[in-house]
Design a binder for this molecule. Structure first.
Ligand SMILES: Cc1cc2nc3c(=O)[nH]c(=O)nc-3n(C[C@H](O)[C@H](O)[C@H](O)COP(=O)(O)OP(=O)(O)OC[C@H]3O[C@@H](n4cnc5c(N)ncnc54)[C@H](O)[C@@H]3O)c2cc1C
Length: 294
């Protein structure tokens, strides 16, 4: 099948792009970033936008830069940019670990970090990273600019706080200090498929104790989110296998899977416990007393 007819715009600045968006938003005008979700959806006529605003020609959106304690990721930065660490320390390692799980190389070469956030798939690895690390997202329309915290951006299944006339200009991820450790675990049917369950655990380790515990889950519920109940069990504690099992059990008990059949519920809760347990075990691997438990 071929896409239905659309008018194509190529702005060369963010100002031009939001001006065009203000004009066409009411007529299903859409931003085109990497096109790895939108173009197949158009080819299948699941999406039939009347206007496409292709932001790939805007030089400032290609930028990936470190400033004021954060990594700022412009709207056209591709997934593949993160194959090798883009910053020193845990954040660079975390991003280069996670990116390997996103789709396949040709898709990673075109698809963008911010396009994934705008698309808000509950299985998206970048949505999970943004919520778990507390990203700040910069939104812009012709009339105004605003910052939205990632946790307030994802409103429901593939639904975000973006208004029809707004574009996501960049995402800012806080840099992580050297004593921050992370674990990432994903289950999908085949390599490159969307996750059935995916967890990211991020902890600060001082002595043998954990602090600033951040535990995110994707792929199970309608949006990615932090698992605050499970985090609470670990905060300030010396990690043990039993404590991690307890956090995994609490996580599984507190999720509301999208799949509500009896088998689906049971399976997704089981996967939740598995990815949470494994991600936490990875994050705690450097804690001497935990490591020596084998
Ligand atoms: C076979 C296959 C497997 C995949 N597997 C995975 C996977 O495992 N994990 C994963 O996370 N993704 C996966 N994807 C999706 C891929 O990562 C996409 O690149 C991503 O979801 C969308 O990014 P994009 O830049 O391609 O956006 P586009 O396709 O260009 O746009 C997607 C949507 O977001 C909107 N949009 C994009 N950028 C902006 C912006 N800056 N401001 C406002 N709105 C915007 C568009 O209007 C559109 O509605 C897969 C895709 C395919 C085809």
């Amino acid at each position: 099948m071929k896409p239905s007819k659309f008018t194509y715009y190529e702005p060369t600045s963010v100002e031009q792009a939001v001006l065009m968006l203000a004009d066409v938003a009411e007529h299903d005008g859409r931003i085109l970033a990497g096109g790895q979700t939108l173009v197949p959806a158009m080819a299948l006529r699941f999406a039939q936008p009347a206007y496409l605003i292709d932001i790939n020609g805007i030089a400032s959106l290609q930028e990936l830069r470190q400033r004021q304690g954060a990594l700022e990721i412009g709207a056209c930065v591709r997934h593949a940019a993160f194959h090798t660490p883009v910053v020193d320390g845990p954040l660079g390692r975390l991003l280069s670990t996670v990116v390997q799980h996103i789709a396949h190389l040709p898709i990673r070469n075109r698809g963008t970090f911010c396009g994934s956030l705008a698309n808000a798939d509950p299985s998206s690895e970048w949505c999970l990273v943004s919520v778990t690390l507390g990203a700040t997202l910069q939104l812009r329309s012709q009339a105004a600019a605003r910052d939205v915290q990632a946790q307030d951006f994802f409103l429901g299944y593939m639904t975000t706080a973006l208004a029809a006339d707004e574009m996501l200009v960049s995402a800012r991820l806080p840099l992580l200090p050297a004593h921050t450790h992370f674990g990432f675990e994903e289950v999908s049917r085949r390599a490159g498929d969307f996750a059935q369950a995916v967890a990211l655990a991020v902890v600060d380790v001082q002595g043998d104790r954990l602090s600033n515990v951040r535990l995110g889950l994707g792929g199970v519920e309608s949006t990615v989110r932090r698992l605050h109940h499970a985090e609470g069990v670990l905060e300030g504690q010396v990690p043990t296998r039993a404590l991690i099992d307890e956090a995994a059990r609490i996580a599984a008990d507190n999720v509301e899977p999208l799949d509500t059949t009896d088998e689906g519920l049971h399976y997704r809760r089981h996967l939740t416990a598995t990815v949470v347990r494994r991600s936490l075990a990875q994050a705690c691997a450097s804690v001497g007393s935990f490591h020596s438990q084998g």
